[in-house]
Design a protein around this ligand. Structure first.
Ligand code: SF4
Length: 88
């Protein structure tokens, strides 16, 4: 099966609690907010007042934001449910 078809079989089950935490005291002083630019799933967003919002349900567990954050504000644990690979 082609890779693109296999990826289409992945299933992401969202847990009830966020597996991502941020220190908003640190984030409020982060001007560029690189986490909002590197995440391919749009997990991180800044509102009108530049307050960081985390849409944990969008996370595909790639870890890009962990590497992009220059201040160590992000804490990540594997999600309660997460992505299931449905091909065998
Ligand atoms: S890059 Fe790090 S410090 Fe900056 S907004 Fe994102 S999580 Fe916060």
């Amino acid at each position: 099966m082609e890779l693109i078809k296999r990826l289409g079989l992945n299933k992401n089950e969202v847990g009830n609690e966020s597996h991502i935490t941020v220190n908003l005291d640190i984030c409020k002083n982060c001007i560029d907010k690189p986490c909002t630019k590197v995440c391919p799933a749009g997990t991180y967003e800044a509102d009108k007042e530049k307050i960081l919002i985390v849409h944990y349900e969008r996370c595909v567990e790639c870890g890009a934001a962990l590497f992009a954050c220059p201040y160590g504000s992000l804490k990540f644990k594997y999600p309660e449910k997460g992505i299931s690979y449905m091909y065998g």
